[in-house]
Design a protein around this ligand. Structure first.
Ligand code: AGP
Length: 611
């Protein structure tokens, strides 16, 4: 899950590639490098952030009009200068950057070593570039032909962009499993893992598909498949603004994206929820309504935060639509050889739309005849294109590695899906349907109310910033919020912590409780309220510190808690869209107070494009 960028055209390539890598740094940031084609190919790579590349000072920086760049998330080989990309073939004639994993690299490497090839790094990528060179030499073929042959023999995922000595006016790129976007300019072209490095230069883009090769010069783009057949490029218009991928005056993207939520939720509901006519339009569901109303089972497949959204959707769909729902970790689902019946509906939830585990899981389910519905944020992404139908979450670009606004937008879409299907199945009364629509329409402004209390939440964070552990508890719809809160705090503060259904605590986790352990309860008014009150007393009885997320009119829990954070009342089905906000802010502040880079936490990356 690296970030790759390339440029060919009339401008200086170096500043464009450097800026592009900084935009993609959330995809991986343990080492980076650039190769430029001036009079010859020269490359520069270093362990560490992209800013390290600014120490490169060479004439080629200003004379090269073509180049490739890479920011890395290590898979094969530790973050070192040698393992950083680009990698060159033994002859030095071929230079490439790669995002993905070559699973059969060890056997290929053994073959090449037999033939006398030597290796400077531990990477699968250096094996790939030499494998391509070996085929080119043995077949006396063009680079394009050698790449086609080589890529038919590699197993795994890749996007590669290649420079070849003697061909200063050409880049060749290929894709399978990892994302690649081409930006179409006037006399210049841009290539990148996603549109964020491209948006300021052009809004005309081509999303390259699996098993496609692109031969790119400054005036031309030729697309072919691995069978050497031409493919007609499909140029799309980006609906994203540059401002959306800037920090907008906030210290971090994570904080900006938390504060984006009133707007991102409004965008997510726009054109779908019409509270005046109390109607709901969700094209992807409308066009396949019978698939849902006749579904015997719904299987939700996702990872991380998206999996937590899936757990909440299970409560929503089972309650409203009376359809059994199973929520699966994609990485387990794909290897478990799951039983898929015809009539099963798979809902794949993903912010990036590129998470390899989820992608491969739905490929498997699709092969077995399941109907795939994607709930995705990134427009044009692989999961969106693989699904039979879907709904975009319209949360806008999410740059911070810790997912925040995409999560609440996922919940809004999943709630709308449940309401649509429940209405069609008449498992939901008209009165309840209208009630939920009105409640949902008020969520964005209620989120704004919570955000206005951010200073108070910051004070709570200051009290617990040095905690060595944390417990998050909730019941019903708020149980998965407890899991999500624990994940967020882990991601940005590195505090080992866990989330549980409150009722589960006395079956073990309560052993952790003492005067040093803070326990955060999500305790809004619902049918579980009285149970939560007694759970809080169990913690207090063991001198545990209690933080509670409550409704403004709460007195019982306010009276027994050490700290409270308020959220406006709403229906329990929609409560997670509100109760998660204080946990996002608290995690953010604790991460910042601990001096950590909350936008790029260690060892993480925004889009996990390898298994
Ligand atoms: C969440 O903050 C993490 N970035 C991570 O768990 C993420 O949710 C997971 O990798 C799934 O990503 P996706 O939604 O893009 O598929």
């Amino acid at each position: 899950m690296c970030g790759i960028v390339a440029y060919i055209g009339h401008q200086e390539a170096y500043p464009i590639i450097l800026k592009g890598l900084k935009r993609l740094e959330y995809r991986g940031y343990d080492s980076s490098g650039i190769a430029l084609y001036g009079k010859q190919i020269e490359s520069y790579k270093k362990k560490g952030r992209v800013s390290e590349l600014e120490t490169w000072d060479a004439p080629i920086l200003h004379e090269a009009h073509a180049g490739i760049g890479h920011t890395r998330w290590a898979t094969h080989g530790e973050p070192t200068d040698a393992n950083a990309h680009p990698h060159q073939s033994n002859s030095g004639k071929i230079t490439l950057v790669h995002n993905g994993i070559i699973e059969n690299y060890a056997s290929l490497k053994a073959e090449l070593i037999q033939k006398g090839y030597t290796f400077q790094s531990e990477t699968d990528t250096e094996v790939l570039v030499n494998f391509i060179e070996d085929i080119q030499i043995n077949n006396n073929s063009s680079l394009e032909e050698a790449m086609r042959i080589a890529l038919k023999r590699v197993v795994g995922a890749y996007v590669i962009i290649v420079l070849e000595d003697g061909f200063p006016d050409r880049l060749i790129a290929a894709r399978k499993g990892s994302p690649l976007v081409i930006g179409v300019g006037e006399g210049e072209h841009f290539l990148a893992s996603d549109a964020s490095p491209i948006i300021e230069y052009t809004k005309r883009v081509i999303y390259v598909n699996d098993y496609e090769l692109a031969i790119i010069s400054k005036d031309d783009i030729i697309l072919k498949n691995l069978g050497n057949e031409p493919v007609t490029p499909y140029i799309q218009q980006l609906d994203m603004e540059l401002a959306q991928i800037e920090k907008g005056g906030f210290d971090h993207f994570m904080l900006k994206e938390i504060f984006d939520q009133p707007a991102s939720l409004t965008d997510c509901l726009r054109g779908r929820l019409d509270v005046a006519t109390l109607s709901l339009t969700l094209a992807g569901v409308d066009q396949h309504l019978s698939v849902f109303t006749q579904a015997k089972r719904i299987i939700i497949v996702a990872c991380g935060t998206s999996w937590h959204a899936g757990l909440i959707a299970e409560y929503m769909i089972e309650t409203i639509c009376r359809i059994p729902v199973e929520v699966e970790y994609a990485s387990e689902f794909r290897y478990r050889n799951p039983i898929i019946h015809s009539g099963d509906v798979i809902i794949a939830i993903s912010q990036s739309g590129e998470t390899a585990d989820t992608l491969v899981a739905i490929e498997r389910a699709k092969e077995q005849g399941a109907f795939i519905f994607g709930v995705v944020n990134a427009v044009g992404s692989s999961i969106a294109r693989l699904s039979h139908a879907g709904a975009y979450t319209h949360a806008g670009p999410e740059i911070g590695v810790a997912s925040t606004k995409a999560f609440t937008a996922q919940l809004a879409v999943l709630a709308m899906m449940a309401l649509k299907i429940g209405k069609a199945k008449q498992t939901l009364t008209d009165a309840d349907y209208k009630h939920y629509l009105v409640e949902l329409s008020q969520i964005p402004e209620k989120v704004q109310v919570i955000l206005s209390s951010h200073e108070l939440i910051k004070e709570v964070a200051q009290v617990y910033a040095e905690a060595n552990n944390f417990l998050f508890l909730g019941r019903g719809y708020n149980f998965p919020v407890a899991l999500e809160a624990a994940l967020k705090l882990k991601e940005v503060s590195y505090i080992p912590c866990s989330g549980y259904p409150s009722g589960e605590v006395k079956h073990g986790p309560i052993a952790l409780v003492d005067e040093t352990l803070p326990t955060l309860f999500i305790a809004t008014k619902d049918k579980y309220y009285d149970k939560i009150v007694s759970n809080i007393q169990e913690i207090k009885a063991r001198k545990g510190k209690v933080i509670a997320i409550i409704n403004p009119d709460d007195t019982a829990i306010r009276g027994v808690s050490d700290h409270v954070m308020e959220v406006p009342e709403t229906d329990e089905l929609l409560a997670p869209l509100l109760t998660v906000i204080p946990t996002q802010l608290m995690s953010y502040y604790i991460g910042v107070l601990r001096g950590l880079d909350v936008d790029k936490p260690r060892n993480l990356a925004k889009s996990v494009t390898v298994e």
